[in-house]
Design a protein around this ligand. Structure first.
Ligand code: PGA
Length: 232
């Protein structure tokens, strides 16, 4: 399976003009651009090769839910992938139960959920088995009643996100193999992926791509990361 690189822009850039410029620079096959929802339509109109992703979604289909964006709305804008359960959303109080409902809502709209899981440093410092146990608990709760084969999982240790301290490629690959035991076919790694370390992660057979935050805001860094995607 070809490797997938997802650019998670988070709450950046500040204007739609900048978003279009960034989208043009990152418009490559095998890339998913996940801009803020305000810029989805503009990014879709600007790109030809990259696929479109959303950073979050409502679990509601329609109705009186001020501020929420439903999966069918994303689909109608050309979105194919939806990030669900990112640790920055969980940190704002999103529970496994909500994440599970979102995964189901995304699948019901015939979109692909990219479910983020990963342990905090408090857990990881107890050792790798503790991290596995934590991740398996998240998978059990978040994928309850879901056919795992339709889901992409991004393993993103919380302590590695935006910290400049990525996990080791060997341990990330071990976690990816562990996640695949739950019948998830594709597992990405995320957390401080840079032009320097990308090749080591992307060389791992068990790792099917990367979820890139900070480095996706710098086109030159992002292009360097893409240059490490194995050609087959
Ligand atoms: P980072 O973010 O690459 O800036 O660590 C990754 C993510 O949060 O998905």
């Amino acid at each position: 399976m070809p490797k997938l690189i997802i650019a998670n822009w988070k709450t950046n850039p500040a204007t739609v003009v900048e978003a279009m410029r960034l989208a043009r620079a990152e418009d490559r096959a095998g890339v998913v651009i996940a801009p803020p929802s305000a810029f989805l339509a503009a990014v879709e109109a600007t790109t030809k090769r990259a696929a479109l992703g959303a950073q979050d979604v409502s679990r509601e289909k329609r109705g009186a839910h001020t501020g929420e964006v439903a999966p069918s709305m994303l689909r109608s804008l050309g979105v194919r992938y939806v990030i669900v359960g990112h640790s920055e959303r969980r940190a704002r109080g999103e529970t496994d139960e909500e994440v599970n409902e979102k995964v189901k809502a995304v699948l019901a709209a015939r979109l692909v959920p990219v479910l983020c899981v990963g342990e905090s440093w408090v857990v990881r410092k107890k050792g790798f088995p503790a991290a596995k146990k934590f991740v398996s608990g998240q998978l059990r709760a978040d994928l309850k009643g879901v056919r795992a084969k339709n889901v992409i999982v991004a393993y993103e240790p919380v302590w590695a996100i935006g910290s400049g301290k990525a996990d080791s490629p060997e341990e990330a690959a071990e976690m990816a193999r562990f996640v695949k035991k739950s019948f998830v076919p594709r597992v990405l790694y995320g957390g401080s992926v840079t032009p320097k370390n990308a090749s080591a992660f992307l060389k791992e057979r068990a790792i099917d791509g990367a979820l890139v935050g900070g480095a996706s805001l710098k086109p030159s860094d992002f292009k360097k990361i893409l240059s490490h995607v194995p050609t087959r």
